[in-house]
Design a protein. Sequence first.
Length: 150
Amino acid sequence: MKNTSLLKLISILSCILGAICGFLSLLPYVGGLVFFVLMCLASIIIMIFLMRANLLNLESTPESITIGAIIGFVSFIAFSVVYMPLVLFFMKVFHYYTNYGVALSLSNANLFIIMVVTIFMGILSATINAFTGFLLFYITEIFKNMNNKQ
């Protein structure tokens, strides 16, 4: 990655996507789908957006993997920063549980355990999004080769 301003833009877009997913995960029937999008498709969404805006040109496999991993980790940490306090707020004030297991674990666990689980899940999200960034690179290469042959 040669351009640090592109890295900053990727981080900002990842934070925005993570925060949006954090808010949308509170909705009753949409939460599971939004979490799947965050864990698996965040890198594809941001990379396609940047490629459409001509700000990103994937040139190699390691670059696409690295960008996908950065997007996955940053977006999940931003998701956790937004989602966990909102779950606790709704649980304590309104006695509303969007996900009872998450609310129960947040109310009974200490801060260290929550941080360890959050970082572990962020690394898992980075791994999955690195793979989907890798797939996006190969799919775009296939389309580029098809266009060059015609």
